[in-house]
Design a protein around this ligand. Structure first.
Ligand code: SPV
Ligand code: MG
Length: 296
């Protein structure tokens, strides 16, 4: 089954579709192994893995390259965070073509004017595109897609930009009317009040998407009950890796030996299995004659 259709099927079930944020191939493999329904190629984690903040500095080609690597390492459908589409509606048409060709199952477009700003941090100036302009981008995305199963998520940052609940609802309704398959509403509050009231007020035109990073206490089933059909655990894996790496590096310098960390790190055998060394052995048996040298 095509991965786009796989995502559609997941969304048709009477239960939440749970996506895990990934920033590279191995994080996507691990998310699949853990039992997630799909992968979110997280702009926040991809930019952090490049050592830069998530403020519109990463280009479309860089996101696409990272997302393609993710997609090749998993059988799960991948939803790509494409920030604000890297320009106007014309840029969005190219985004859709490129991501469809790369086998990505859907994109999430957010209504920031360039430069976008990470939603998770307070104190930034946040400029949104006009409702009309962004609705045109959503329409452009939907009219460009070839595969009817390709999913376009429209994300409003109205609550994060402190525009109020009424504007958030108006924007969400306009984006749904423009053809968005789902609407993501983001909040930077540390309690779920905003996204709870949003869901209560929402007319249900399309299903909702939540990324509960800032209000982590809420459960998947609570969000689903409220009307959030897709839930994204966007960056916990990346943050776990950063904590683990930082601690192991610290201990190796402190003890001046790698023995101090050996029991706490992933065994090599697991890496071999995760990235398919066994397959290379099989290919060697089939295609590489004994004693054959490199090929150069
Ligand atoms: C991302 O993971 O890049 C997201 C989700 O867009 S958030 O960082 O919560 O805005
Ligand atoms: Mg993002």
């Amino acid at each position: 089954m095509k991965k786009t259709t796989q995502l559609r099927r997941l969304l048709e079930r009477p239960q939440a579709t749970l996506l895990c944020g990934a920033h590279d191939g191995i994080s996507a493999s691990l998310a699949e192994r853990a039992g997630f329904d799909g992968i979110w190629s997280s702009g926040f984690c991809i930019s952090a893995s490049m050592g830069i903040p998530d403020v519109g500095l990463v280009t479309m080609s860089e996101h696409l390259e990272a997302t393609s690597k993710i997609n090749k390492c998993t059988n799960l459908p991948v939803v790509a965070d494409v920030d604000n589409g890297y320009g106007d509606a014309i840029n969005v048409t190219r985004v859709v073509k490129e991501y469809e060709m790369a086998g990505i199952s859907g994109i999430c477009l957010e209504d920031y004017h360039h430069p976008k700003r990470c939603s998770l941090i307070k104190g930034f100036r946040r400029n949104l595109e006009s409702l009309e302009e962004f609705a045109c981008k959503v329409r452009a995305a939907k009219e460009t897609q070839n595969d009817p199963d390709f999913v376009v998520i429209a994300r409003t940052e109205a609550l994060v930009a402190e525009k109020g609940a009424t504007e958030a609802l108006e924007r969400a309704a306009a984006y749904a009317a423009a053809g968005a398959d789902l609407v993501l509403v983001q909040s930077k509050e540390t309690t779920p009040g905003q996204i709870k009231s949003f869901a209560i007020e929402w007319d249900g035109a399309v299903p909702l998407v939540a990324i509960p990073t800032m209000y982590p206490e809420i459960t998947v089933s609570e969000l689903y009950e409220l009307g959030y059909a897709m839930i994204i655990f966007a960056n916990q894996g990346f943050r776990a890796a950063v904590s683990a790496m930082g601690e192991v590096f610290r201990r190796m310098v402190e003890t001046q030996t790698i023995a101090s960390v050996e029991n706490d790190i992933c065994p090599l055998s697991e890496i071999f299995s995760l990235v398919g060394y066994e397959e290379i052995r099989r290919l060697e048996d089939r295609f590489v004659a004994p004693g054959q040298s490199g090929g150069f």
